[in-house]
Design a protein around this ligand. Sequence first.
Ligand code: HEC
Length: 141
Amino acid sequence: MRILIIAVLFSLITSCAIAEQKSICTSPLSVHDVMKALVETGTNKIWRAQEVNSDEQWAELRYAAVSIIAGGDLISHGGAGKNDCDWAATTEWQKENSDMITAANDALSAIEKKDLDALSEIGSMALYSPCENCHRLFLKR
Ligand code: HEC
């Protein structure tokens, strides 16, 4: 009886460990789809913002920044593409991705202050570098 209990406990513990490992990378979306649907769409709106005259335009920019943050959050756990889980397991991936999320958060603050100069500066510097860096590291693998 005792052996049986131990055996049951052991199998529970090991199956939990396996389940935990798998749960890290189970996104239904590929990195590629997240890039196109959330990250590219969001950054294009921020990069193209030149004159912002209405509250609606500011609100749209706000959601653009939110899309980038959401995309970054998704791909920090990998994705459904062939290499996505392996990419997300690297420190380089995590670093570039968190730089992108930080920049998008800074963009969000600038948008909330309706500070277009700050937004352009963040867009062309802090938000642009992680795209370049991460693509240089992973895009052609
Ligand atoms: C953490 C890494 C990472 C960051 C940061 C990142 N990307 Fe990507 N991006 C990728 C990878 C990897 C791919 C290729 C995915 C694939 O095809 O499987 C990609 C693909 C893309 C694509 C599609 C390219 C194509 O040929 O279809 C676009 C567009 C894109 N990224 C835009 C951006 C922009 C804009 C930013 C910055 C705001 C950015 N990405 C930041 C990793 C990243």
